[in-house]
Design a protein around this ligand. Structure first.
Ligand code: PLP
Length: 352
């Protein structure tokens, strides 16, 4: 039985740069992990870097290390479920708020809210959150920057200040096969995170060596992804579709390229049409409704989040995707605009 459906154009096809040799005297948390931490610190201009077994474990380690048990954590409802799950695992209470056109947390809606002891933002699909307003809010915060390794806010790479958690999973621009990173500017927190990492999720030497290889090509990858994003977005805007807004003072990583169709029916129709043509797409993110169904957690007005969740579609843009693939996808868009679909897929795929 095949594990994965066959697509001509896959959404993700990991480009793992396997290292030539790995010193196997120590299997985890050894010299390669240290080398990766140092290389990342240099690349980002960061003070302290702690490598973990995944982005999820990086988040959990930070929630625990900051001592946020019983705290109300304001977070965007539009994020991958790890953001909320790890808060709950660490004994904190997520409270969900709406997003703005950048698809990141709308900081203005939470600043005066009583359900907010701490904020965890998501640099959505690699686009930095609204850091100016976050700082102005006076509320402490840290960032789920899972997709934002290499992103910049006002010319500075994310990670050069504050606390950020990155993911190095197979879908990311920089992958360790599996892995995560905590980057922070405070020595006391860094020590605490290191202690927790020891039992919560060490990185293996193999994963560190893979990420070190990938780091050599990251700038090249980011440039290629920007070109792909430009082509997709130009086409989408020409069709009158909405795209994620990226303000001029922020540089995203284009980890995902998202288009927002006028209605859910049109989105489902487009996904079905592309699937029939052998092109895999994905629908991100739908964790919040799951948490909210049982009414256990507080949520503000989520009008924009719900609207985006219903109408958005992520296009294939993995690290090795080339212009030929992009042209194939756009040719299918063109066929569809001449001949709109009658049928939509019954159930959509949901992925992380
Ligand atoms: C916003 C966000 N947070 C957390 C994670 C979890 O990272 P990992 O898969 O490395 O555990 C992801 C994964 O894609 C993510 O997109």
């Amino acid at each position: 039985m095949s594990l994965k459906k066959k697509y001509k154009v896959k959404f993700v096809s990991p480009k793992l740069r396997a290292p030539e040799e790995i010193p196997y005297e120590i299997l985890a948390d050894g010299p390669k992990v240290q080398e990766l931490e140092e290389a990342v610190a240099e690349y980002l201009g960061a003070k302290h870097v702690i490598a973990t077994s995944s982005g999820t474990m990086a988040l959990y380690t930070v929630f625990r290390g900051l001592g946020l048990r019983l705290a109300n954590i304001a977070m965007p409802a539009y994020t991958w479920r790890s953001t909320a799950e790890t808060a709950i695992m660490a004994g904190a209470k997520p409270t969900f708020f709406d997003i703005d056109e950048t698809l990141c947390l709308d900081v203005e809606v939470i600043t005066s809210h009583k359900f907010c002891d701490y904020i965890c933002v998501n640099d959505c699909f690699g686009c930095p959150a609204d850091y100016e307003n976050l700082k102005a809010s006076g509320i402490s915060f840290f960032s789920d920057s899972a997709s934002a390794f290499g992103a910049k806010y006002r010319g500075k790479k994310l990670g050069s200040e504050g606390i950020h958690c990155f993911s190095l999973s197979p879908t990311k621009n920089l992958t360790a096969n599996e892995g995560g990173l905590i980057v922070c500017d405070d020595i006391a927190f860094a020590r605490e995170f290191k202690l927790i990492r020891r039992w919560a999720g060490r990185m293996t030497e193999f994963n560190a060596a893979c990420a070190l290889e990938g780091l050599k090509y990251l700038d090249e990858t980011l440039i290629r992804k920007k070109e792909i994003a430009f082509r997709y977005r130009k086409f989408a805007i020409g069709q009158g579709w909405q795209v994620q807004e990226v303000p001029g003072d922020r540089e995203t990583t284009w980890k995902d390229i998202i288009i927002i169709l006028p209605s859910m029916q049109e989105r489902d129709g487009l996904q079905y049409h592309l699937e029939v043509a052998g092109i895999e797409t994905r629908v991100y993110f739908t964790p919040a409704p799951k948490f909210l169904e049982d009414g256990q957690y507080y949520a503000g007005d989520l009008t924009k989040t719900k609207n985006i969740q219903k109408r958005s579609l992520c296009l294939p843009c993995w690290v090795g995707v080339d212009q030929e693939y992009v042209i194939q996808v756009m040719q299918e868009f063109c066929k569809l605009s001449k001949n709109p679909p009658r049928r939509a897929k019954k159930s959509l795929q949901l992925h992380g």
